[in-house]
Design a protein around this ligand. Structure first.
Ligand code: SF4
Ligand code: MG
Length: 322
């Protein structure tokens, strides 16, 4: 089986004081074994909500429907106890800011050993050995780091610690939610390279969430572009950059400053829509230069336009022949 994770028609609504926010509007995507799948889009488009849905960590005001098949089993039908076993063991997550996940009051040793003992059922001595091995694998001086408090480490080192902890149970899927956004450029590059190295070594898949197309270009095998709760395009990374189909993707690519050409920034017009009263039909229509009548009425489905290249736009569905 090539597919590790399949998300099918995932809808997530949040009940809020202001009304119902329709945050995911039928997300469909597949992550293959051993690949790095990038999920890209502007802040608030639903990338993190997608990640938290997979782990079933959404807040209690969320209403979820659809299917999330992991190794063929629907995570949305698992009990809380079954999910606890899957989280951290089968699917791990790292976030932008490791400080939110590390306890400032305890040495790294105490935090790592606890996680390893819990997940792996190891004795303390064995857990310490395992922790050292993992810290070395992420390029850290194991003894020194184990005896440090989080604030004694740099941001890059803390993120390496989080990666080591995420890998401690040998997961099949690592979700990395903006893992390098808080780091400076050189450290970013090192962390991304580290994730790639470890992926090749340990053979897990990566769901890499980012708003940075440069990061996508560097590390992702395939990419899903999200806009306002929908996946609007999925394809291989090279194909996305060479032959983007969706007007939103084209817009995103045109705002990426090309360091060689010094192209001026051309921002997309308009702004990300409200998810409480989202635009009808194609949610991108108020910002789209190609908008036709049907775009206001019908939501475009994600179709395979050419081999492995999926797009959700009426320009490619044959609906605009008139
Ligand atoms: Fe633009 Fe219509 Fe395509 Fe939406 S469906 S991106 S509005 S052309
Ligand atoms: Mg986010």
């Amino acid at each position: 089986m090539k597919e590790l994770l399949q998300i099918k028609d995932l809808y997530v609504n949040f009940r809020t004081l202001w009304g119902i926010a329709k945050v995911l509007n039928g997300v469909n995507l597949t992550i293959h074994k051993g690949e790095v799948f990038g999920l890209v889009g502007e802040t608030g488009c639903g990338k993190s909500v997608t990640a938290l849905s997979i782990l079933r960590l959404l807040p209690s005001n969320a209403e979820v429907s659809g299917k999330i098949l992991f190794k063929g089993e629907n995570l949305l039908e698992k009990s809380e106890e079954e999910m606890r076993k899957i989280r951290g063991k089968e699917i791990s997550i790292i976030f932008q800011d490791p400080m939110t996940s590390l306890n400032p009051l305890f040495k790294i040793k105490d935090q790592m050993i606890d996680v390893i003992m819990l997940h792996e059922g190891l004795e303390k001595e064995r857990a310490i050995e395992h922790a050292k091995k993992l810290l070395k694998a992420v390029g850290l001086p194991a003894d020194r780091v184990l005896n440090s408090y989080p604030h004694e480490l740099s941001g890059g080192m803390r993120q390496r610690v989080m990666i080591a902890m995420a890998l401690s149970s040998n997961p099949s899927l690592l979700i990395a939610d903006e893992p390098t956004t808080a780091l400076d450029v050189t450290i970013q590059k090192q962390i991304l390279e580290l994730i790639l190295d470890l992926k090749n070594q340990y053979n897990f898949s990566v769901l890499l969430i980012t708003h940075d197309l440069g990061v996508v270009a560097e590390v992702c095998d395939r990419v899903g572009v999200m806009y306002a709760g929908n996946i609007v395009e999925i394809t291989e990374t090279e194909e996305l950059f060479e032959n983007p189909l969706h007007p939103y993707t084209k817009g995103l690519l045109s705002v990426v400053p090309d360091p060689r050409q010094k192209k001026p920034l051309k921002p997309l017009r308009g702004s990300v829509p409200s998810l409480i009263n989202p635009p009808s039909g194609c949610r991108f229509h108020p910002r789209c230069d190609h908008m036709k009548d049907i775009c206001k009425k019908a939501k475009p489905e994600l179709i395979e336009y050419s081999s492995g290249h999926f797009v959700a736009c009426h320009l490619y569905g044959g609906d605009l022949d008139d």
